[in-house]
Design a protein around this ligand. Sequence first.
Ligand SMILES: [Zn+2]
Length: 885
Amino acid sequence: MMKRILYASGMAMLACCTAFAQRLPGGVTPSHYNLSFDIQFASNSFGGDESIDVTLEKPSKSITLNALEIDFHEVTVTSGGKTQTATVSTDEKNEMATFTVLDGIPAGPATIHIKYIGHLNDKLRGLYLSTYHGRKYAVTQMESTDARVAFPSFDEPAYKATFDIAAIVDKGDTAISNNYVVSDKPGPGDKHTIKFATTPKMSSYLVALTVGDWKCEHDHVDGIQIGVCTVPGRENLTRFPLDATKAILHYYNNYYSIKYPLKKLDEIAVPDFQAGAMENWGAIIYRETALLVDEKTGSFGSKQGVADVIAHEVAHQWFGDLVTMQWWDDIWLNEGFATWMTPHPVAAWKPDWLVDQTVVNGTLNALSTDGVKNTRPIHQDATTRGEIETLFDGIAYGKTAAVLHMLESYLGHDTFRAGVNLYLKEHAYGNATASDFWNAMARASKKPVDQIMPTFVMQAGEPYVQVDARCDGGNTALDVSQKRYFKTPEDFNAPNEQIWQIPLCVKGVGGISPGECFLVTKRQQQFSMKGCSKFVFPNATGLGYYRFSYDNNALQGQGTSIEQGLTPEERIALVGNNWALMRAGLLKVGDYLAAGAQLKNTPGYVLLEAFTNYFETVYNDLTTPEDRPQLQAWVRQTFSPMMQELGYSPRANEPPTERQRRAVVFRILGVFGNDPQVVQQAHTLVQQYMSDPPSVDPTLARAVIAVAARHGDAELYAQYKAQMKSAKTPEMYYRYFYALAEFPDPNLIQQTLASTLTPEVRSQDLGVLINMTDVPASQDAAWEFMRKNYDALSDKTGGGLGGFGIFIEAADNFCSLEKEQQVQQFFQEHPIQGTERNQKAALEAIRGCASLKEQQQGTLSAWLKRNASTSTAREGAKASDASVR
Ligand SMILES: [Zn+2]
């Protein structure tokens, strides 16, 4: 599954807060399902006709499987030529049903036959209802534990079976499932019946079915038919995803020693979808924005996003679908692998996208998530539905991917690949655990991967590596020590006992030592590196999953040559690491800003984007209202020359990353610099763009729409609403939709908030509330609104974790002890089982930010007085008075 892209990473839909997904008793193993769904849109329901071939280990009077929100009509069990009608007892709390027969069932094979009615619910889970322009669609989302809502099943990942699926659908509708169509015949009545080829042996959470008036465009690669399917009218947005899928699937067919085993791969963009996308074998389902983008009018960011999501989901066809984790506690084997794999085919397809830089940024994001007390280990026990759903988080995806990138860099591309293929070969069409992975990797590499990986997978948190280097007789002596890193000085300075086995790659800059990798296994260790250098950088490649110290004096002694000495990826790692050092009290915020400014000319956009993300905290939380004009002046001093150099329109043959760079600088100056020229440009360009879209570069347009909104009035707000109505692509719609969250006018803020409770805002789009808590002008109002309307918002998302996720993510944006109290009280009033750790982490984040403010606000103020010119500060203040009413 692709993590919820906008909010609630780790939060999915729940029927009820007390629902448990307990384990099945065992003793009965399914091998094949025959499933028929008779879709009845008139009553928002479906008739299910199902038979399951099972094997009983020993004689039994009853069989227990998973079922939820199913109305059973008739259940029979056939074995040894005898068919018995079963009585059905349901256990809602455990989401199970038990079928009991009078004469018992002998050990060996049996067939269960079930007739039932299911409900096309509006909770975006199981087999559910999606709507678009008054038309109805039926869509599945089974992961993690919702196949049981669509059909009674042995709904645990280790119960793999084959599936024959059929759908009875209205005239004019079609159906798409995991495998290709084998027959499509008229009847019963006015309907027609579509049957699909038998699936490979797979887990129940991978079953897919979508019903509606889909329009599909096709292409081929390596003998596999690719289909991209949409609601009618969106077919013109399928060229880019078809091309991306062709390139990506072809890459994987070469990378893996096992080829994609199905004859077709469909990708369906559905109007309502909770996650970003879901990797159902042969039928991947996406949010519209995660799959559809216009070749001509799409921005670089959208194309990159679509390519990444496709690469992630297609990687799952191997990691997840072909080899599946034994149980949800190892969900990282699915999600972390798919996330790690993503940049490989994208980089091969689009070499000018500078994908390697984004990988380092991904590592920095994971380190940031992980640097708190209330983080969790990658491998984590989980039994209940809530516990399972909270595992789909930044740790399973981002941290695992980062650790795998470090390991791949340490072992080398080819060795790592050999380990991956050994692992896939040993577990194809089966299940695997964490140790299966690192044992295969250790055998293939002959390196102690089985020693390294458990230290990163089984224990929480991230290491801090202190490296002291000195030249000693022509070689570099390295004194290395490690401890756990924490974001707050208080926790960082407290003693802790954790130790990792860390592949530490050290690079020499300005000398004769090219660098070397060492395996750090102890708390303190000495290493010797050949040759001496002026400066030693302890994270060569930038892919190390650790925080590190470095000798700032030696770095500064390098002067400008640091930009020749470190690769762009290493400089990005340096900027992120500086932020971490600042948070732990080892660096002042002014030094962080100065170092970022020094590296701003690094090619590409990622360093600037990473710098801006952290800078947002400086601007929103560490700056007093009195100091803000000074900070804005510093932003203008630092970035205006870049804007002038880049200009407002792309040059001929400019690479897409340069366009993105322009957009990032435009946003920095427009939002954080209050730059009168950029604000004026935003107002001019947004009008130009709305009346004639091709006249403005689509990549810049996104920033233009957001910056204009930050300085916009009711008239512009009304124009955005009108643009949303006439938007020709999902991307266009969402550019304006999310920009609504940026308007500073209190009346407009209230309008945007109120709209979230109306059908105008789909439940999948409630993440806009999180965005509003991230904008200073709307933070208080948004939080107030969310607290007041908890029940309505919770209902809209189907209740439980789904609604709660937006509250937890919103809380992450707060930075005062007063807010911490409010959030704590809110959590006490709304205890949602399974989210306890996420609640603690949210409170810890608020306290951490409040303490950062206390430490750094004064030093920032002093630094600004020395480094920001007051004349430009006054100019900005005037612009601000003029444009924000
Ligand atoms: Zn995934």
